[in-house]
Design a protein around this ligand. Structure first.
Ligand code: ADP
Length: 469
C-alpha cells in the first residue's frame, strides 16, 4: 500500500474524522438518553408524591396511620412494583415506609435517612452492582410539612442504557465502514479528472503536440491547472512548429546553391580540358562531399517537413510484401557484394495504406543499415505479419549490433553509434530519423532491439488498410 498517495491520505483523514465524529455522537447520545431516563423517573416520582399528599395525606387527622398505609399500599403497591415510598414528618421521624419488595432487591429499613427535609434527588448504593434513585419531595398536608421519598432501583435504566451501548458498538463500525467506503469512491471520482489529464498528457508527443488536455469544468484549481497546461502545450507546439519550419526552410534554401555547385563542379570535371590529374582528383573529391551534403540536406528537408506535418502523403493500398520484394531485389547487389543472404517471409497477406514511395524509403533505410552493419556471410530475414490487428514488418540481421547505451539515442538526428564505421559507410545518422518520421506520419511506430555482436531487429508497426484484419 502506498501510504504517501493522496488517495490514502485523504481517505485516512476522512475516516479518522468520521470515527471521531461517530464516537462523539455515540457519547452525546448515551449521555442524552441517560439524563432523559433519569429526568423522566424523577418527574414521575415527584408527580406521585404530590398525588399522595393531595389524595391520601390530607386525611392524616381523620384516619389512623394504618389506614393511610393501607391506602398507599392499595393505590401504589410499592412492594409489588419494586418501589420505595417513605414519608417523614417534620422531626425526621418515619411516618410511613413501604415493605420490602417481593423480589427482595432492597430493604427499605436499611436505606439511610436524608440529612435535611429539602427537595433533592440522590443515588444510594445498595450493593457493588446495584444502586437506587431516591427523590425527596417536601409537601404540606393540612398545614403540616412532610417529606415524601420515592425510590426505585436504577437497574432498569442501566439495562436500557446497556442496550443502547450494544446498539452503538455494533452500529458505529458499520456506519464508519459505509461512510469510509463512500469516501473512497468520492475521492476516486473527484480525482478522476486529474487521472484523465495525466492519461492524455502521457500520450502527447512531438507528433501530436496539437492535442490538448481535457479541461475539467470545476471552476477551481483543477480547471486552472488544465487550462494552464494547455497554454503551455500551445506555446510548446508553437515553438516546435517554428523550429521545424526553420529546419525545413534552411534545408530548402541550401538545396539550390548545392545543386548549382554540383553542376558546376561536374561540368568543370567533364568539360575543362587541360586539367591535371591531380586537380581532377581533387575536384572529384569536392564533388563527392557536395553530393554527400546534398543528401544530408535532402534528408533534413524530408524529416522537417514530415515532423511539421507539411509533407504530402499520397496514400494507396498495397501488399506490404510486394514493396519489400521489389526493394530487396533492387538492393540485392549490395548484399551479394558482402555475401549476405536475404530471406523474405510473408507470414500473412498484409495490406497497408500509405505513401508507397515513402514506405519504400523506410525499407531502403532499414535494409541498407542491416547490410552496412552486417559482416560478410551474414543473414538478413525480412518478415511481414499481422499481430494485434497491426501490420508488422521486421528486418532482423546477424550484424554487429548496437551497444545498449546507444539504443535510446538511435533515432536522434545525426546520432551514430559507431561514428567511424558509420561515416565510412556514408551514413550521417539521419536514416533512422527519417524512418521514424515516415512511420509516425502513417500513424505507426518503429522499434529496435539489438544485442552487440549478435544482431539487430527493427520492427515497423503500421495500421492495416481499412477492412483488413
Ligand atoms: P546512419 O546513416 O549513420 O546509418 P541511421 O540513423 O540509419 O544512421 O542509424 C544510426 C546509427 O544506428 C548508425 O550510425 C549505426 O551505428 C546504428 N545502426 C542502425 N542500424 C543498425 C544495424 N542494423 N546494426 C547495427 N547498428 C545499426
Amino acid at each position: 500500500m502506498n501510504t504517501r498517495s493522496i488517495y490514502f491520505r485523504l481517505i485516512l483523514w476522512y475516516s479518522g474524522l468520521v470515527i471521531a465524529v461517530s464516537l462523539a455522537f455515540g457519547a452525546y447520545t448515551y449521555q442524552g438518553v441517560r439524563s432523559r431516563l433519569y429526568g423522566e423517573m424523577e418527574q414521575t416520582f415527584t408527580r406521585r408524591a404530590h398525588q399522595i399528599a393531595d389524595n391520601i395525606l390530607v386525611h392524616v387527622h381523620e384516619k389512623s396511620p394504618e389506614e393511610i398505609a393501607s391506602q398507599i399500599r392499595s393505590v401504589y403497591s410499592p412492594s409489588a412494583n419494586n418501589r420505595l415510598i417513605r414519608i417523614l414528618k417534620s422531626d425526621r421521624s418515619v411516618f410511613y415506609v413501604s415493605t420490602a419488595p417481593k423480589e427482595g432487591r432492597f430493604d427499605p429499613l436499611k436505606i439511610p435517612l436524608p440529612q435535611t427535609l429539602e427537595a433533592a434527588h440522590r443515588v444510594e448504593t445498595l450493593s457493588d452492582s446495584a444502586s437506587m434513585l431516591i427523590v425527596d419531595v417536601p409537601v404540606t398536608a393540612t398545614g403540616e410539612p412532610f417529606l415524601i421519598e420515592m425510590g426505585a432501583p436504577t437497574d432498569e435504566i442501566n439495562t436500557a442504557l446497556g442496550g443502547l451501548v450494544i446498539t452503538l458498538l455494533f452500529g458505529l463500525p458499520i456506519v464508519i465502514l459505509i461512510v469510509s467506503a463512500g469516501g473512497y469512491v468520492l475521492v476516486r471520482r473527484s480525482l478522476k479528472p486529474v487521472e484523465d489529464i495525466r492519461a492524455t498528457a502521457e500520450k502527447i508527443t512531438f507528433g501530436n503536440l496539437s492535442n490538448r488536455l481535457p479541461v475539467a469544468k470545476t471552476g477551481d484549481a483543477l480547471e486552472n491547472l488544465s487550462t494552464t497546461l494547455n497554454q503551455m502545450l500551445a506555446r510548446l507546439d508553437n515553438a516546435y512548429q517554428q523550429l521545424s519550419r526553420f529546419s525545413a526552410d534552411a534545408s530548402h534554401e541550401l538545396r539550390t546553391p548545392l545543386t548549382i555547385m554540383r553542376g558546376e563542379l561536374e561540368s568543370i570535371a567533364q568539360r575543362e580540358s587541360g586539367l591535371s590529374d591531380h586537380l581532377r582528383e581533387r575536384i572529384g573529391s569536392v564533388l563527392e562531399e557536395a553530393e554527400r551534403l546534398s543528401r544530408i540536406t535532402e534528408n533534413l528537408f524530408a524529416i522537417s517537413r514530415l515532423d511539421a506535418g507539411e509533407a504530402r502523403i499520397e496514400p494507396i493500398t498495397f501488399y506490404l510484401v510486394d514493396l519489400v520484394k521489389t526493394t530487396t531485389d533492387q538492393m540485392l547487389l549490395l548484399a551479394e557484394e558482402k555475401d549476405i543472404e536475404i530471406t523474405v517471409n510473408a507470414l500473412h497477406p498484409v495490406k497497408v495504406r500509405g505513401d508507397a514511395a515513402r514506405l519504400k524509403q523506410v525499407v531502403v533505410n532499414l535494409l541498407d543499415n542491416a547490410i552496412k552493419y552486417t559482416s560478410n556471410g551474414g543473414n538478413i530475414i525480412i518478415t511481414t505479419s499481422i499481430v494485434d490487428h497491426k501490420a508488422i514488418l521486421t528486418i532482423a540481421d546477424t550484424g554487429i549490433g548496437i551497444p545498449a547505451e546507444a539504443l535510446p539515442h538511435i533515432f536522434e538526428r545525426f546520432y551514430r553509434a559507431d561514428k567511424v564505421r558509420s561515416r565510412e559507410q556514408g551514413g550521417a545518422g539521419l536514416g533512422l530519423s527519417i524512418v521514424r518520421a515516415i512511420c509516425q506520419a502513417h500513424g505507426g511506430t518503429v522499434e529496435i532491439e539489438s544485442t552487440e555482436n549478435k544482431g539487430t531487429t527493427c520492427r515497423v508497426i503500421l495500421p492495416l488498410a481499412n477492412g483488413e484484419a
